[in-house]
Design a protein around this ligand. Structure first.
Ligand code: KG4
Ligand code: ZN
Length: 354
């Protein structure tokens, strides 16, 4: 522990007692360089520099290119976030940053920048788990939301059902055994010749089609809450390849609609069943796939039948941003679980509940 670490620890204890905590957060785990300033749960600024157009050409995120572009963007993005917040750097109480999970080289940029900033400003550094951020952004979007609830996490890297017992106390009830839901959307989109990221493109194309292709529902007969998206993705690829071999015309819109129908059913079924089984009357959606309109509609319809409430963030806060990182940091500070030294390292793989 350095002198800075001891000072930061003492400073955090003081910050936790404040009525208004001002947090500058940085997120760089994949292809968005993002920074945000929050005062408690109020968003003062939210800046996102997306690299989507750069990676589109390659059909997915190229890690080295992502790291390089984070390096180019991070300084400007942070400066803009501070400027738009109307505050000065000296008004910020602490710096929060995503340390994992994600692309290691991409994470390193945000972590290094946050460490340097924290050291130079003599402000505490808070290391945030990306998935905890996706969940916590719901507390910014819905100020009346309180645990306990069942969390449906659906992003490009994770798909899981959590029992959220308290703000920072989670239990994994089920998770994907192979691909994440977002990954399946992206891969199916690629097979259909749609650009990256696939989720929004599949959703748009599905509106023009009919879900008339029979696809398998993996793990349907099991009673747990696990997912398997690899089999569903392979079924779509096989369907497309067989049709091509036979010289049949394929209707991409029908394939998109059929895939989306099964993919969303799997999430809705597991989330609602988990809420019923645990006798918890609230489901909270988190992660990029949570932007999907069909998922939201089906979840609301099914949940309503069992008097279960559903919360989800606005679409702009479903995909990666730094507001979510600041939100998680806020609850970490409040609970006293946030001490972090400058020895912090980025980590590509982080357990969901770490
Ligand atoms: O949470 P996120 O921004 O990044 C990760 O933490 O992985 O999620 C990105 C994923 C991508 O796979 C993207 O295709 C998917 O979320 N996604 C969607 C939609 N918008 C984004 N999937 C389905 N429907 C959407 N509207
Ligand atoms: Zn994410």
């Amino acid at each position: 522990m350095s002198l800075y670490d001891n000072e930061a620890k003492a400073a955090l204890a003081q910050i936790a007692k404040k009525d208004k905590i001002t947090i500058l957060a940085i997120e760089s785990s994949c292809d968005e360089t993002a920074a945000a300033v929050l005062s408690n749960r109020d968003v003062l600024s939210n800046i996102i520099a997306s690299q989507v157009d750069i990676h589109k050409r390659f059909g997915g995120v190229v890690p080295e290119i992502a790291s390089r572009n984070h390096s180019l963007a991070v300084k400007n993005v942070v400066e803009q976030a501070v400027e738009q917040s109307g505050l000065q750097l000296c008004d910020i109480d602490c710096i929060a940053v995503t340390y994992g999970a994600g692309l290691l080289g991409a994470l390193l940029v945000g972590v290094s920048y946050a460490k340097a900033l924290a050291y130079a400003l003599k402000k505490p550094l808070i290391a945030v788990n990306h998935i905890k951020g996706h969940i916590a952004v719901n507390y910014v979007a819905s100020k009346d939301l309180k645990p306990p609830y069942v969390g449906l996490i659906a992003s490009g890297g994770h798909t899981a059902i959590l029992k959220v017992k308290d703000y920072l106390d989670f239990e994994v009830l089920g998770e994907t055994q192979d691909d994440a839901a977002g990954e399946a959307f992206d891969k199916v989109a690629r097979v259909l010749g749609l650009p990256y990221p696939g989720g929004p493109c599949i959703e748009k194309l599905a509106k023009e089609g009919v879900a008339n292709i029979k696809l398998p529902i993996p793990l349907k007969k099991q009673l747990g809450y696990d997912f398997s998206y690899s089999g569903l993705k392979t079924a779509v690829i096989n369907y497309v390849n067989s049709a091509k071999q036979r010289g049949d015309n394929i209707c991409a819109a029908d394939i998109a609609a059929s895939f989306q129908d099964v993919a969303t059913d799997m999430m809705v079924d597991n989330a609602v069943r988990a809420a019923i089984d645990t006798k918890i009357d609230t489901i909270v959606v988190a992660g990029g796939v949570g932007a999907n309109t069909q998922l939201r509609q089906k979840l609301e319809e099914k949940a309503e039948k069992f008097n279960i409430k559903v919360f989800y963030p606005p679409v702009s806060l479903c995909t990666d941003n730094a507001v979510m990182i600041a939100a998680a940091a806020y609850f970490m500070i409040k609970s006293g679980k946030s001490s972090q030294t400058l020895a912090l390292e980025a980590s590509a793989n982080v357990a969901l509940c770490d």
